[in-house]
Design a protein around this ligand. Sequence first.
Ligand code: ATP
Length: 234
Amino acid sequence: MRMLEVDELNVRYGAVRAVRDASLHVEEGELVVVVGANGAGKSSLLRAVSGLNRHRGRIRLGERDISSVRAERRTRLGLCLVPEGRHIFGRMTVMENLQVARWGAGSRRSDEIARVFGMFPRLEERKHQVGATLSGGEQQMLALSRALIRRPRLLMLDEPSMGLAPKIVAQMFQIIREIHESGTSVLLVEQNARMSLSIADRGYLMETGALSGGGDAGEMLADERLHETYFGKN
Ligand code: ATP
């Protein structure tokens, strides 16, 4: 089954066309990455798919057309975004952050929290610590856990590697790979092209709002033309 289908999506901020006629899809169980430089429009694309940005074009989640469905409802239908910058509650403890996510998901099951602690033992060790004092990597784990508690059908991740030390970046990609291997469909946007393509099934390239590619991630990784522009620093 096709989990997500985006057709001719457009996002504008006044005169700026941030996303231009972008089409992409994610099959059930697939990990798809959109790579692109700063300002290419990756966040705008994910925010539009989440319903957080006004947009034109068609978006389907599974069998359902969600193009005019509001953001909260899209989340309840199984589309979860972990935004860039993490957006955890800084004054609440790790445990409280997770409890809020669980209530938001309408679940009272305490085993959902135990499940994410199983994935991120480090968070369990820090469950009484307030969010703002966590390291960047721990905050990213917490943001990801809050989404996982909802058991999303499609998990969307906006630059999960941003601001993290290289060793933590590698751990983060390993975790994303495990989430994907456990059966969750994932749409990832990243500047870190090399790492993200190395864990993805397929990849798209985003340049000044337009998407291209959509082919095998391994082939993109081997494509000489992408090396100079996108693989230089990573
Ligand atoms: P980054 O990796 O730097 O976050 P990105 O690929 O996610 O970049 P976007 O944040 O989607 O890119 O931005 C795409 C374009 O739209 C940029 O030119 C940006 O300046 C512009 N833009 C983004 N948000 C707004 C806004 N709220 N109002 C006006 N322009 C915006």
